[in-house]
Structures are given as C-alpha cells and as structure tokens.
Design a protein. Structure first.
Lengths: 165, 655
C-alpha cells in the first residue's frame, strides 16, 4: 500500500466495520479471525514505518490500533454476537467514542426519563463488557421507568435472544 | 555505511550486553577484556572521573558510597515507593529525594537522576560496540523487563537519549529472547520465557510462527531477581558475623560490600560446585585486629534460604499461564533468560513446574541482546522484519472521584491499542478537570502507580453532568502511554505523552542532552532511509533524532484551539476531579435509587448525554465527515476520495 492509500485508509477507518478491516467475511469461522488479525497486523505494523513521515506513522498507528480493537471484539464469541447485532443497526464500532475525529457513535441513550436513560446506558455498558444477563436486568429496570419505550423493548428482546443463542 | 549499523542493548540490573548483526548473524560484542557482558556499575572518582563496568564493580568494596550498582531497580520509581525504601536499606550509595518525589543519587555535591546513571552504562555499551565494530554507532534497540510500567520505560528511553543514542524502539526482554530463539528457524511453537534477571522477573507466553511473534500474556515482578537471592546469603553471613564475632556489618558499608561480593560469588560457584566455602578474611577490624569469617554452604542450604523467592516466580508463572489460557502441556519450549537461571536450583524448579527440559543451547546472559540486535537491524530495513505482537503488562486506569480508578485498558491487551471514554464534570461551572493516569490492578488509586496527570480546561464550562469531555488513551507498540482530552463540542484538545511527575522534566532532559552533545556530537542523518513507505523527509532532523515530545498542542488541522495547554498549567494547584457522568449526577440519582432500592452498579462509567448536546454533536460530526471527504480529495489529487473509498472499502474479503 502506498503512503497516500494508508493515509486515506486511516481517515476512512470510522466507516469500516471490523470484518472489512480484517478483510474477512461476516461468517468467517473463529479460528480464521486470528489468522486475519496476524495478516492485518503484518501489513500495518508501526515497526515497519519507523522512519516514515510523522503523519504516515500516525496513520499506521491508528489503523493498527483499530485492528487490535476489531480482533479483541471478534475473537470473543459473546462480544462478536453483540457486535453483529449492533452492526445490523449500522453501528460499526462496539466501543463508545472513537478518539480523534470520529465521535459519531457516541449516541444519547433514547428515553424520556433520566432513570430510564441511565439504566439503558448501564445495560449497553454491560453488553459491551459481554455480561448479557446483567445487561438484561438493567434493561428491565429501565422499562420499569418507561414501560412503553420501543428502544428499550427491542433492545431487551435482542439481548434475550442472544442470551438464548 | 555506518548508517546501517545498529545495535541491541540489554541494559541489565547487574550486567549489560550489546550485540549487533554481522553477516546476517547476531553476535555479542565483547568488551575490551573480551567479556561478553559488562557490569552495570558506575563509579564516581574523587577527581570527577566516571568509570563504568567491571572496573567500577571492583571499586564497590573500596568506595561503596560513590559506586552505583543496580540502578535499574530504581529507575522510573517514586522516592516514597516500597522498592526505593528497600533499596535504601541495601545499597551504600546515597539515595535522595529529588523534585516531585523523584529518586536522585547523591554523589558528593552532585545529584544524578537514574536516567543519567543508566546513560553512563549505555554510553559504555555504545563505545564497546564502536570499538568492536570499528564504526560509530547511533541507532539502538534497548530492552526493558516486560513488566516495566510506562514510567520505567520512559526513563529508560530518556537514558538512551542522554547517552547519545537514537532509541529505535524499546523492546520487552522476553520478546527479544523469543525473537533470538526463533531467528532463522521456521518454527510454529508455543513457548514460555522464564526471565529471572539480576533485579527483575518476567514470564511471557508466546506463540511463534510464520515470522509472527505473538505474546499471549506476560506477568512479572520488577523487584525480584538474583539480587534478592544474594540478599538471603548476605543475611545469613551477617548473622554469622554477628554470632561469631559480635560484628554488625549493617552499620559498616565496607564490610557489607565485602559480604555482598562474597555472596554473589558463592551463588555463582554453587552452579558448578557443591558445597562451596565462603571465606572472607579481613571482613572488618575489631580492637585493631582483622577479623574474618568462613562458612560452608551447600546447595540444599541455599535452596532452603531462597525457596520462598523461587516459589514467588512460579506464582507469577501460574498467572501468566492462566492469562494466556494455556496449561503447561500446551507448551513446546521453555526458554531461560538471566544469569540466575544458571543455578541448578532454579533449572530444576523450572523443569518440574513446566514438566519439560528448558532449551539448552541458549545463553541466558546474551539471548536478549541478540534479539534486540536482530530487531534493530530489521527496523532500519537492513533485513526482513519479524512481526512482533506484544501486550501491555499492566491495566491502564483513570483516576476518578473518591480516590478510585476505572480500568480503561485491561492488562495483557495486545498493543498498540486505544480507548476513548466520555466523562463529565463533577461541579457546576467547573473550570478544569484533572486527568490522572495510573497503571496497576487495584481499584483504589493508591494501589497503582501514578503515570502522570494533566489538567484540561479547554472545554466550555456548564452545569455538571452537561459538559462532555472525551479522554482518549493510547498505548504504543513500545508500551508507552499517550493520553489526550478533547471537548467534542469545541474541538479543543489537550494531548500529552504521559510522563511521570517524578522523572526528568523536558527542560532538564534537554539541558542534559545539550551538555552530553558537546562531548558526543550528533551529525544530521542522511534523509534517505529504508522505510517501505516513506514519502517525505522529516523537517527537522535533529529534533526527530532527539525524539522530543512536542511541547505544543497537537491539534487536528480542522479544529481551532482555544488554549495552548502545557505551558501555562500549574499541576500543583489541581484539585478538581474528573467525574464519571454517573457521579456527576450522584445527588439526584443516588437518592432516587435508594428509594427505589434498585440494584445500581456504581462501577459503570458510561454517561448519559442530554438530548440537546447530542444534536449538536451529531451535527458537527456530519459536517466533519463532509470536510473529511473534501480533505481526502483535495490533499491528494492522484488519489480521489471516491476511488480511495472504493478500493479500500470494497476490497474483496477473504473467504
């Protein structure tokens, strides 16, 4: 890859999902995730750009860090399931915020009451941490404050089905 | 020609070793006496002369107050830390407190930072390499214990800079050892590196295959090593002197150093002889009569004295294996690193624990430097590069209100890595937040090591809980931490390499380097280099060589700064805490929660954002991504935005 391509990739990285980043299909079996991670890390290793211009080094660093993030998410079965569900809703990353330019996935939790929003947020945090049953109990709590919130309901269903699956 | 010459230096607690790649083979470069390793000892003469190495070591007995050994045990530590307290009890040279709780060594009327002490050793290793290779050498890979925290890594890197070296990279010792072990072999193995050095212990579990060296887990103890084994012997000998002659060697630095030297010698002799006779004639004078001691020591007695220390290493091994998710049966090899692993006691214990004979054709004193040399050579593009995938040994934490911390990046996460969190202010109209960064495994701030702190005030103040502050944490491939705070609304950024408040300040460092440069002149480098994707020469060669972190604000080009941070921050006055959004809402939320008696997990850290702020944020994001698009096409006419997106995003995923 040329320096220009790497710089462009670093800028576009917030628009890529983890599968694209690791260049694997969404149905890739778990053992191949690691191979894909190794291949990606070999291609974008900061060691290989030690004496390159600073902005190029930054770009490679940024890509390498995102590859790590993708790998950490996809290598864990629970996290991968949760990520896939987020991905279906268009969420490309499973972590809050993104540093630098991309804060587009920092979303306000939907909800009319402070407590409802709060427990919904707690649920999402537990989900990210892979603790689905805790996430479910937080969501149920959120629903006690906002019985008819459709976001809460659909999220709860989603979590409960992935808990079973 | 000399541009291609690189070296790898294993800067050890007791001994250091330097190596380089010659004709494609890594080779240890011996010192003027033909010895492969050089004592990491610095002796300061009355006349201002500085002697390093085995000659300096010989002077410990003659001049213990002005001869500094085992500096690595102190580098990057706070004066108040337990380790420094222990060191003050053991070492005869004067350990004093410097600015911001740093450690300084007092030599007559001069004070030295630990980075300076280590830089003397590194300079010596550099000149050993130059004498051996016959060319000037500048570029080096320095190794550190895998379990070193950010402070220790930074301080070691600083030492390299002060020594006039361009530190290509800081590399973990066990990773370097594995690299040397796997070099030139087409291996696919899982190995464990048991690295017991003079002062530190590391264990790393790695998978080696197809030019990828992946660390699965690393654990360690930066205050456990051969020195501690010696200390047990010293205690035994001191008791002996007390019992036989009523002599308290602890109050006599000269006698103590004689015991230390004898203990170390006996420990080494035990590797080949059993039992050994420890004989110290003229240990001290009593009533004008020289008195000495003679003690016989068997291997089994030595084992008994040190059993708990060796047991401690296996507790660490347990942890590493567990973190790697492996059992000893999954391993294909055991690599021993560090002088103390020559001890039959330790070899046997390692063999019993891992149920396998350790690799025999590895020199435990040299293998780390060899690995560092291999990597150094590949970093300048002079040879094929192995892909090293390392991990961070310690969890990265952020200080929050109430003296607690939040884990931001878990230990044994692959690096490089980053993580961003949104936080908010604790009080209405709070003008600034203190961002404190820790490493360690304790939820309480006190149980961790403070890496640094900075104040962020570049945001628009507002009611508590309404202000958003994005804190981004990054750990580089060297294990060095960088943190920045940003106001997503205004775009104001405060970015800083985390540096320990007790280390050398940037000004001090610049002054020391400037001083060092008058002795060792640095010539600008040839801009042509072997990077595979180089596109522009760096603008300021010298600055790049010095690798000085920028003092100015690092700012994305598109967003204007509201404040230039570092210059006008007074760290001492910071009392405002950074709060989790949860805690910002504490009064209201906690009250209602208690009433409702709902299970509330205070551990969580994701804040709720008010709806109006959100709209702002998403709006500006939209415009940012538009601007980004523009940027891509404007910046690089040959590489249009859409073309870039197409080729990058639609590249065929592998099936």
């Amino acid at each position: 890859m040329t320096g220009a391509e790497i710089r462009a990739l670093a800028r576009l990285i917030d628009r890529m999902d983890y599968y694209r980043l690791l260049r694997v299909g969404r149905d890739v079996p778990a053992p191949q995730i690691r191979a894909a991670y190794h291949r990606a890390r070999r291609q974008f290793h900061p060691d290989a750009y030690l004496s390159a211009a600073e902005d190029l080094r930054d770009a490679v660093d940024r890509i390498a860090r995102r590859i790590t993030e993708a790998y950490l998410t996809l290598r864990d079965r629970n996290q991968r399931t949760a990520y896939n569900e987020g991905l279906a809703e268009g969420k490309l990353r499973c972590r809050p915020g993104s540093g630098g330019e991309g804060s587009r996935d920092v979303k306000a939790p939907p909800g009319k009451t402070a407590k409802g929003r709060r427990f919904y947020t707690l649920a999402l945090a537990e989900e990210r941490g892979g603790n689905l049953s805790k996430a479910v109990s937080h969501l149920k709590m959120a629903l006690t404050f906002e019985r008819d919130n459709p976001h809460f309901r659909s999220k709860l269903e989603e979590l409960q089905s992935s808990l079973k699956g | 020609m000399s541009e291609d010459v690189t070296i790898g230096i294993d800067l050890g607690t007791s001994n250091s070793c330097v190596a380089s790649l010659r004709d494609g083979r890594p080779q240890v470069l011996a010192n003027a006496y033909g010895e492969p390793t050089t004592a990491s000892v610095v002796a300061f003469g009355q006349d201002g002369s500085i002697v390093v190495g085995n000659q300096a070591k010989a002077r410990i007995i003659l001049d213990p107050m002005h001869t500094v050994s085992s500096a690595k045990r102190l580098i990057g530590r706070y004066y108040f830390s337990e380790e420094v307290k222990k060191a003050r009890a053991v070492y005869s040279y004067e350990i004093v407190s410097g600015e911001n709780n740093s450690v300084r060594i007092q030599i007559r009327d001069e004070q030295f930072s630990l980075s300076e002490i280590s830089s003397f050793v590194l300079k010596e290793m550099k000149s050993i390499a130059e004498a051996s290779l016959g060319v000037p050498v500048k570029r080096a890979v320095l190794t550190v214990p895998a379990f070193f925290n950010d402070n220790q890594r930074q301080a070691t890197k600083d030492a390299g800079r002060v020594a006039g070296l361009e530190v290509l990279r800081i590399l973990n010792e066990p990773t370097a050892a594995a690299l040397a072990y796997g070099f030139g072999k087409d291996l696919k193995q899982r190995v464990v590196v048991y690295d017991l050095g003079g002062g530190t212990f590391d264990v790393s579990v790695l998978e080696i295959g197809q030019e990828v060296f992946e660390v699965l887990a690393t654990c360690g103890d930066t205050y456990l090593g051969g020195d501690d084994l010696d200390d047990r012997l010293i205690d035994m000998l001191a008791e002996h002197a007390q019992a036989q002659h009523g002599l308290n060697v602890r109050t006599d630095p000269f006698a103590l150093e004689k015991l230390k030297a004898a203990a170390e010698r006996a420990k080494i002799e035990l590797s080949t002889t059993d039992p050994v006779q420890i004989s110290i004639p003229g240990l001290a004078n009593k009533d004008d009569q020289p008195i000495g001691i003679e003690v016989d020591l068997s291997r089994s007695e030595f084992d008994k004295l040190t059993r708990d220390l060796i047991f401690r290493t296996f507790k660490v091994c347990d942890e590493a294996m567990q973190q790697a998710g492996l059992t000893v049966r999954d391993l294909d090899g055991v690599i021993l690193v560090g002088g103390p692993t020559r001890l039959p006691t330790i070899r046997k214990a390692v063999k019993d624990y891992f149920q396998r004979e350790p690799e025999v054709d590895i020199n435990p004193d040299e293998v780390v430097a060899l690995g560092a040399a291999i990597h150094a050579n590949s970093l300048v593009g002079a040879s094929d590069q192995a892909c090293l995938l390392d991990v961070t040994p310690l969890s990265l934490r952020l200080g929050i209100t109430g003296g607690m911390t939040e884990t931001v990046i878990e230990r044994n996460s692959p690096i490089p890595i980053d993580h961003t969190r949104i936080f908010t202010t604790a009080r209405d109209n709070q003008q600034s937040v203190a961002v404190r960064i820790y490493q360690g495994e304790s939820r309480e701030a006190q149980g961790n090591t403070l890496l640094g702190e900075f104040e962020f005030s570049g945001y628009r103040p507002g009611t508590r809980g309404q202000v958003q502050i994005e804190v981004a944490f990054a750990i580089s491939t060297e294990g060095i931490v960088k943190v920045s705070a940003r106001d997503p609304k205004s775009g104001a950024v405060h970015s800083t390499a985390v540096s320990m408040s007790s280390g050398l300040s940037e000004e001090e460092l610049r002054a020391i380097i400037a001083q060092a440069r008058t002795q060792d002149v640095v010539s600008p480098e040839d801009p042509a280099d072997a990077s595979p994707a180089r596109s522009a020469a760096p603008s300021d060669e010298v600055e790049e060589f010095l690798d000085l972190p920028p003092l100015e604000n690092e700012m994305p080009a598109a967003v204007p700064s509201t404040k230039s941070p570092l210059d006008d921050i007074d760290f001492s006055g910071i009392d405002e805490d950074l709060a989790l959004p949860d805690e910002a809402e504490t009064p209201a939320v906690l009250d209602s929660i208690e009433q409702d008696a709902t299970p509330f997990d205070t551990k969580t850290d994701i804040g709720s954002l008010a709806d109006d702020t959100l709209d702002d944020a998403s709006l500006s994001d939209e415009s940012l991504s538009e601007a980004e698009r523009e940027l891509v096409s404007a910046e690089d006419p040959t590489f249009g935005a859409t073309a870039a997106e197409d080729s990058l995003l639609d590249s065929e995923p592998d099936k």
